[in-house]
Unconditional design. Structure first.
Length: 151
């Protein structure tokens, strides 16, 4: 298994497309936990991910239970990125088979998903800032994980 970015019920096709492109360029799997807030047809994803869709390694899960079952069977650690995280993402010792989970742009993830996470990490921000763009956040954390793993 390889490091992957998982999106919990993503709301914005453009962010998902950006991350498909990132995954294609950096060799990361992108996992989408459905339902999404937009049409997940190949046509829509192709428009959002441009010509990188053919290179992307996309894994779709029909719901969170299917994702969680597959993750547990593979023995992969779940690293949830959340504004409610306890650990600074830069202090996490990443593993090559981690799943980096990002919540919905509009609502994050439900409490039951928080409870299942092995690590809840946060990207520190200035006081008063609510959150970063999903694709920016995922790129930052994936970059740190790859830096650690390829050092």
């Amino acid at each position: 298994m390889a490091l992957s970015i998982a999106l919990y019920q993503p709301d914005i096709a453009g962010n998902t497309g950006t991350l498909l492109r990132l995954g294609a360029c950096l060799g990361l799997d992108i996992e989408i936990i459905e339902p999404a807030g937009f049409d997940l047809s190949d046509r829509n994803l192709k428009r959002a991910g441009m010509d990188y869709l053919e290179m992307a390694r996309l894994v779709r899960h029909v719901d969170f239970e299917a994702f969680e079952r597959a993750r547990r069977e593979a023995g992969r650690r779940l690293v949830l990125l959340t504004t409610k995280g306890a650990s600074d993402y830069r202090d996490v010792a990443f593993s090559g088979d981690d799943v980096l989970l990002f919540g919905r742009e509009s609502a994050g993830v439900p409490d039951r998903v928080h409870e299942l996470a092995d690590i809840r990490a946060v990207i520190p921000m200035q006081p008063g800032a609510r959150s970063l763009n999903l694709a920016v956040s995922a790129a930052m954390v994936a970059g740190e994980a790859l830096r650690q793993l390829r050092a």
